[in-house]
Design a protein around this ligand. Structure first.
Ligand code: ZN
Length: 240
């Protein structure tokens, strides 16, 4: 069973479509939240995810788009985009977002946006934070996003090992407690502007990270046309 694992799509339909085309035939699409926020096409992204039967969890930007208090922690640009998203999304989009749970377990894999112990807020960026969170994870394999940086945290012989996977990297999975981050589809922040995602193959027992080029200029033009903050459009080309 090949599963496309997508996180932090952030209303970027052009990037999402590039990733879905690259993934080709998959048995399932899982997402790790922040479906909306920042980008110009929240309704289009949610419609596409619904059409491919994607299942997943809520992110802090999704909660903010629904009117939640998460917006209070945003910087001014993120806040402006969240307000724009909140005021613009169609009723169907709102209904789909509101149905997302904060955590999920599918096929013995845990899904969360931020971290197992604080699903909407905490960033898993260090071995210490990863170690503390594995105690809250009921399955050996856990998926998270939120940082917009592809990562692997694995506990071996009591030590936490961190890796930063590149395009094409493959990780063999076993019963070792592991936290996997596919990176961000719609707003990568690791210096590579191409869309990031992961293929999880449960039968083969491995995960593979991928990067996909997409038409960034088209998305930037759409953001400028609706007057989303200029810095949010600029950063897409930088991958920062
Ligand atoms: Zn995000």
């Amino acid at each position: 069973m090949r599963i496309a694992v997508l996180s932090d799509i952030h209303s970027n339909l052009v990037a999402l479509d590039a990733v879905l085309a690259h993934a080709g035939s998959v048995d399932a699409v899982w997402h790790l939240g922040d479906v909306v926020g920042y980008g110009p096409d929240p309704d289009g992204v949610v419609a596409r995810l619904a059409s491919v039967g994607a299942v997943g969890v809520m992110g802090n930007h999704d909660a903010a788009a629904l009117g939640g208090p998460e917006i209070d922690w945003f910087n001014p640009d993120a806040r402006a985009a969240a307000v724009w998203t909140r005021d613009r999304i169609a009723p169907d989009t709102r209904t789909w977002l509101a149905a997302l749970p904060e955590t999920a377990v599918i096929d013995d894999v845990s899904l969360v946006h931020g971290s197992p112990r604080d699903p909407l807020r905490e960033y898993i960026t260090t071995p210490e934070i990863a170690s503390a969170n594995l105690r809250y994870q009921a399955t050996s394999v856990g998926l998270h996003g939120h940082t917009h940086v592809p990562a692997v945290f694995t506990e071996r012989d009591g030590a936490m090992i961190v890796e930063w996977p590149q395009d094409g990297d493959l990780l063999e999975l076993d019963d070792t407690p592991t936290l996997l981050n596919p990176g961000s589809v719609g707003q990568p922040r690791d210096g590579d502007p191409s869309a990031a995602y992961m293929i999880l193959d449960r039968e083969a027992g491995h995960a593979t990270w991928h990067r996909v080029a997409y038409d960034i200029a088209t998305v930037q033009a759409a953001m400028r046309a609706v007057r989303l903050p200029a810095r949010l459009a600029d950063r897409l080309a930088l991958g920062r």
